[in-house]
Ligand binder design. Sequence first.
Ligand code: AMP
Length: 212
Amino acid sequence: MKNIILIGAQGAGKGTYAQILKNDLNIPHISTGDMFREAIKAETPVGIEAKNYIDQGQLVPDTVTIKLVDERLARDDCKDGFMLDGFPRTLAQAEALDKITDITHVIILDVREDVVLQRLGGRIQCRNCGFIFHKTNLPPKVEGVCDKCSGELYTREDDQPEAIKKRLAIFYEQSGPLVDFYDKKGIVHHADANNPVPREVADDILKLIRTE
Ligand code: AMP
């Protein structure tokens, strides 16, 4: 069973590596950020509640987030494992997750701040399928158009500079205790996410997971 958590600062590339790894490992990629964005689009009660927090670059309250993840992990496709991206973000979420399931691997994506700043400048996401491109690192074949589904590409509201700064500050403040929590369990591994080639970083992560 591969119950994996990916932890990294915004711009470390979590979503990009997860898109690659979900095919290699045949387990779902569960991104709470994507789930919230879908909920907002569909105007569900969770989406309506989460929208104000996300637009302001703040974390959605733990109760809402934990319930969302609990329901998602109960689904059939998670029975052989899953890859969590963006969750847990707080100690309370990690403790709640501990009660729901056993985590087997925590992958920390180490990345320098200058690399993060370069990457965040150019993220563009498909409005339709959610795939993330980058203006220089992973450009679409046609500007503004998704290669996969021809959807429209856009800069996410929460990728605007002010929201990014708030989210980075929150990440540095909250990830410390989270890493300590999993370190004590001896399941933490580090991958070098400064490498600009996503496939190579994904291969490093696979090695960490498969040598267990
Ligand atoms: P992301 O795409 O992972 O950066 O998430 C986008 C936004 O969704 C974050 O800035 C938060 O407002 C919200 N969000 C995603 N995951 C969580 C989480 N685990 N706890 C609280 N809020 C979250």
